[in-house]
Design a protein around this ligand. Structure first.
Ligand code: ADP
Ligand code: ZN
Ligand code: ZN
Length: 752
């Protein structure tokens, strides 16, 4: 630090993206680190700000600089790597700095709250029995407190002691003043360590010897950890192959080496077993604290968890995507379980992909990033092919359990037999009954997320597709027509199937309730429970259902595809996927990939115990490519075929997609401005020699949300940062009307 004034550069959280300079007041000189949270005057108000750089050259005469008002936090709220991460996220995602900081730093921290402080009492001086008798005579209440505390093993909370013994504060005070008791101040932890979701799910974890494949993977990851270089490992292992054991092995190594670890799961609520296993393993191996991080935490829990991470008291965080921003120093390992999951993508500001941010943060720390999946994303498989990622395969289930047998039921034939729509095929009904009679369990999945109004021929399985985009077209009731949401093509809805001339061409979709009803009709005595979005929202209900299912109080569980993640129930021997091809008809170039992943993941829930399992997949398009490969769980085969399609259209992972969503209450106006904007961008691209292909504007698949009409423009490019920068520049002199809102989404996972 120079003598004289100390000047720092800060990012104010005040609705604009600029670095401002301030003088550090005398009493704080030298004690404000980069990443610290401060309050500063901006204009006529005060605002929070994050210190970005200390000791900078002032950008104006020093005498005119304003002075920092106060330091809110005694330590940096952002570690140096997080500060760098912000810069990258701004340039890559085009997100505002403020929205990123707000995501990284919990509200309670930003408000400058500190953890709840409690006073504790313990005995400071051991009295002889003579002294004790004295005390009893002269001050019976003091005696009462003293004897109570001398019988406790650890310090007791002052407030509780007072209430329990009905003692006044002055009694306590005189005991402390006499030196008989001592008062200590301790921070009270709320339940962040004792997470609700995994409470009932602490899976006993036996000592496990890794099998050969697991050991090979673990060795490779360990080697990277020792090299202390940035490496991304992809662990591609079939469902039930013991990927979690490899994660835990790497995690323990990283901790032994003094590093800290971030463990991402798609959703904490849906992966209670993974969290439970992690916790029990770490507890066994020592006193390691695990902070569990998810969206259901209260502000207080969040604050406590955040504090223990920032202070380095806890060295492991497990959580959903935002756990990637944990203020952990010295990150050595980042694990991303089920890396293919779209849940890692945040669909609101800042729109980042948790897996990709994980890879970047690992790079900033020269750390190891371990991605795992049974069905890796095409993006990651491409990175393996390019040599950017290392890969290990787990090809067998543990204990040589067989992968389940997958039956594909052709629903077109079922419908002919029944002469009408139906929910469950005879084959699946029969299987459910068999398993019920054998006292084994069944899970039925409905692919609700993919619900979309596509048109499908019930005779031949024909699905109306766009000629230019290889995606299903979407039926619009307003004008009884089919639209392509990629390129805007439009045609009248067919009354006859163009392939087989049948008039049984319909829109379709179905729900969990219907399935539940049907199963109940087939087996009136079966205990059936439906698990849908409502149940997911209530953590106790969710836990109860999982508990009941585990203990065999439920025969058939009916749920949406969300359930397909990570559940491990040994007595489940039948899994039914009621409508496999719904996701196939989503107006999304990832429709094949999603369908394939869903099929493999769903199948992975079956036959995890000693009895081998079966899977029944109902589809109108049994010949469809993802279903054919899904049936064999053939990741490599699927990847080859699908890569060829992506290559042809130059879709991701061959180029990045940046989606520009433009919406407003007046469709004509929105479309007009979208057109104008697209023209402007096209012109700029031509003159900037940047390689971008623009498609659209076209209406989104969901045309209208809350009376707002949605259009999108797609930019395909290899140069995301340059494009994002160019678009930001163009925005400066393009005036959008107040009632037209537009957002940029880089690498979207959901293009509807
Ligand atoms: P995945 O995540 O690949 O689906 P898991 O890690 O959940 O698989 O492992 C499936 C089951 O096999 C778990 O119950 C786990 O405890 C057990 N397991 C894993 N590895 C071994 C091993 N080497 N020996 C014995 N059991 C194992
Ligand atoms: Zn047909
Ligand atoms: Zn099209």
């Amino acid at each position: 630090m120079k003598s004289g004034n100390q000047i720092v550069g800060v990012w104010p959280l005040a609705g604009f993206d600029k670095i401002l300079h301030y003088r550090v007041p005398e009493h704080l000189k030298g004690s404000i680190p980069a990443g610290a949270l401060v309050r500063v005057p901006v204009g006529r108000r005060f605002t929070l700000a994050v210190v970005y750089q200390v000791d900078v050259e002032a950008d104006m005469p020093e005498s005119r600089l304003k002075v920092i008002t106060e330091a809110i936090y005694p330590m940096p709220v952002l570690t140096p790597d997080l500060v760098n991460l912000i810069n990258w996220m701004v340039s890559y995602y085009g997100a505002s700095r403020e929205s990123i900081i707000e995501t990284m730093v919990p509200t309670a921290v930003r408000l400058g709250k500190s953890a709840r402080i409690e006073k504790y009492l313990s005995v400071a001086q051991k009295l002889t029995s003579a002294d004790l008798t004295q005390l009893k005579k002269r001050a019976p209440t003091q005696y009462k407190v003293y004897t109570f505390l001398s019988q406790q093993f650890k310090p007791q909370q002052k407030g509780l002691v007072m209430r329990r013994l009905k003692i006044s504060a002055s009694t306590m005070k005189s005991l402390v003043e006499k030196g008989l008791l001592q008062e200590t101040i301790e921070r009270v932890e709320r339940v962040a360590y004792d997470d609700e979701f995994s409470k009932g799910e602490v899976v006993e974890s036996k000592a496990i010897t890794l099998n050969e494949e697991q050991q090979a993977a673990a060795d490779m990851v360990q080697q990277s950890l020792h090299e202390a270089a940035f490496v991304v490992h992809l662990l591609q292992g079939v469902t039930g192959s013991g990927k979690t054991e490899v994660y835990l092995n790497a995690l323990q190594k990283a901790l032994e080496m003094g590093g800290s670890v971030i463990f991402l799961v798609p959703e904490v609520a849906l992966t209670p077993q993974t969290v439970g296993r992690l916790r029990s393993r770490l507890l066994q191996s020592g006193t390691q604290k695990v902070v569990v991080w998810h969206s259901h935490l209260s502000d207080g829990e969040r604050l406590d968890g955040w504090l223990s991470l920032a202070r380095g008291e806890a060295k492991v965080v497990v959580g959903a995507r935002s756990a990637i921003f944990a203020p952990l120093p010295n990150v050595k390992l980042i694990i991303v379980d089920e890396e293919h999951e779209p849940a890692y993508k945040q669909d609101e500001q800042p729109r980042y992909h948790g897996r990709d941010v994980a890879v970047y943060r690992a790079m900033l720390n020269k750390a190891v990033c371990l991605l795992g999946s049974a069905t890796p994303s095409l993006e990651s498989q491409m990175n393996v092919a390019n040599g950017k990622y290392k890969v290990n395969y787990l090809t067998k289930r543990v204990d040589d359990r067989r992968l389940p047998l997958i039956h594909v039921v052709d629903m077109r034939r079922e419908i002919l037999k029944r002469r009408g729509m139906l929910t469950l095929s005879d084959f699946l009904r029969e299987k459910i009954r068999e398993r019920y009679e054998a006292r084994e369990q069944t899970i039925l999945f409905i692919n609700r997320r993919g619900y979309s109004k596509s048109m499908i021929c019930q005779e031949c399985g024909y699905v109306a597709e766009c000629n230019h985009c290889s995606v299903a077209m979407t039926y619009h009731r307003t004008d009884d027509s089919l639209h392509c949401h990629m390129c805007g093509a439009e045609e009248g809805a067919p009354y006859r199937c163009p392939e087989c001339q049948s008039d049984k061409i319909r829109r379709r979709g179905m729900g969990t309730q219907k399935v539940e009803e049907v199963v109940q009709q087939i087996i009136p005595s079966a205990r059936i429970v439906r698990m849908d979005a409502d149940a997911m929202g209530k953590k106790n209900l969710f836990r109860k259902i999982l508990g009941d299912f585990r203990t065999g109080k439920i025969d058939v569980l009916v749920g949406t595809q969300m359930l397909a993640k990570g559940l491990d129930f040994p007595n489940v021997t039948l899994v039914g996927l009621v409508d496999a091809d719904i996701s196939l008809h989503m107006p999304d170039f990832r429709a094949n990939e999603r369908t394939f992943q869903l099929m493999v993941q769903v199948a992975g829930r079956s036959g995890r115990g000693d009895i081998s399992g079966e899977v029944v997949v109902q589809t109108f398009t049994p010949h469809a490519m993802p279903i054919q490969f899904g049936r064999q769980a053939d990741v490599t085969g699927f990847c080859e075929e699908e890569m060829a399609i992506r290559r042809e259209y130059r879709y991701p992972p061959f180029r990045h997609l940046v989606q520009h969503l433009i919406r407003g209450p007046n469709p004509d106006k929105v479309s007009f401005f979208a057109e104008q904007w697209a023209k402007k961008v096209s012109a700029a691209i031509a003159s900037h020699s940047i390689e971008v292909e623009i498609r659209g504007p076209a209406p989104c698949a969901i045309e209208k949300i809350k009376d707002s009409y949605r259009f999108q423009i797609w930019y395909f490019t290899h140069q995301v940062t340059r494009l994002v920068e160019l678009l930001a520049e163009l925005q400066r002199d393009f005036i959008w009307p107040d009632d037209v809102v537009q957002v940029l989404d880089v690498d979207p996972t959901n293009v509807g």
